[in-house]
Design a protein around this ligand. Structure first.
Ligand SMILES: O=C(O)c1cc(=O)[nH]c(=O)n1[C@@H]1O[C@H](COP(=O)(O)O)[C@@H](O)[C@H]1O
Length: 281
């Protein structure tokens, strides 16, 4: 791994388009792929996606939950998927969505951005114990050149009850998260290593909450494209002038084309082309 996460991601997006393919081995997808719903099944699933998409997409995002549901052997499978991706030169965002008090966050930092085999190129985290609680993980990620994606406006409808709420300082909570991320990325080029998660499904919320996403100057991971109903065109409305920072994410829509590697590549290519076209407008 050489160079900082933001710079490496920018290079991959330039080469392959602004799409991150999720690796979410849901039980129905395992069945559709003819795989058992066990640790060996999720391992085969994940490694197949990596082998098919390495060199064809900007990055992959293994969803830790679907590996963890098989206990320690599932976690070992996740480690092997991450190792395969690293060997293949494919960037990984480990979707673990961790968040805890600062002293415990230091443990998650070691696990996901330190020396552990669970560390990919970046990790997703939740700031809803307070953005400051993420500090140990942000610091270790910065030291190692890894990336962090902080949940801001999530793609699920329930998220608004927390994220749109106005905090004690008068700012909507999601806006405060965005401004804290912007402070981490100040001065970085082409952009920094601290990204936000902003669902492609959030409609007019960004503008409505007064959030300046362009000022974040970090990658904006946009899940919700495909299975959750958002289209590439929704990205234009949600992201406005911050389109240069968007990394759309899609899992089930791409994965449904497997296990045939050519089918996975075609589905990823179609999604990446649609996203690139929508963001170019
Ligand atoms: O952090 C994420 O990736 C994420 C944040 C969010 O707000 N919404 C969201 O759907 N995700 C993840 O993105 C993936 C979406 O999968 P599909 O709906 O199948 O494309 C899942 O792994 C979710 O956990």
């Amino acid at each position: 791994m050489s160079g900082r996460f933001g710079a490496r991601l920018a290079e991959q997006v330039a080469a392959h388009g602004p799409l991150c393919a999720g690796i979410d081995p849901h039980a129905p997808l395992l069945a559709a792929w003819g795989l058992a719903d066990d640790a060996a099944g999720v391992e085969r699933f994940g490694r197949t996606v990596v082998e098919a998409l390495a060199g064809h997409v900007a990055c992959v995002k293994p969803q830790a939950a679907f590996f963890e549901r098989h206990g320690s052997r599932g976690v070992a499978a996740l480690e092997r998927v991450i190792a395969d991706a690293r060997d293949a030169g494919l960037l990984t965002i480990v979707d673990a969505k961790r968040g805890d008090i600062g002293s415990t966050m230091a443990g998650y930092a070691d696990a996901f951005v330190g020396d552990s085999p669970l560390a990919g190129d970046a990790v997703t985290v939740s700031p809803y114990l307070g953005f400051g609680s993420l500090r140990p993980l942000l610091d270790l990620a910065a030291e190692r050149g890894r990336g962090v994606f902080v949940l801001a406006l999530t793609s699920n409808p329930e998220g608004a009850s927390v994220q749109h709420a106005v905090g004690a300082d008068g700012r909507p909570v999601a806006r405060a998260v965005a401004e804290a991320a912007a402070a981490e990325n100040a001065g970085a080029a082409p952009f920094g290593d601290v990204g936000l998660v902003v669902g492609a499904t959030v409609g007019p919320a960004v503008a409505g909450l007064g959030i300046d996403l362009d000022a974040v100057n970090g990658p904006l991971l946009a899940p919700g494209v495909g299975a959750q109903g958002a289209t590439a065109a929704d990205l234009q409305q949600v992201f406005g002038d911050a389109r240069r920072l968007v990394l759309a994410s899609s899992s089930r829509e791409v994965l449904a084309a497997g296990p045939d590697p050519a089918g996975l590549r075609d589905a990823a290519r179609r999604s990446a082309d649609a996203v690139r076209a929508a963001l170019a407008v």
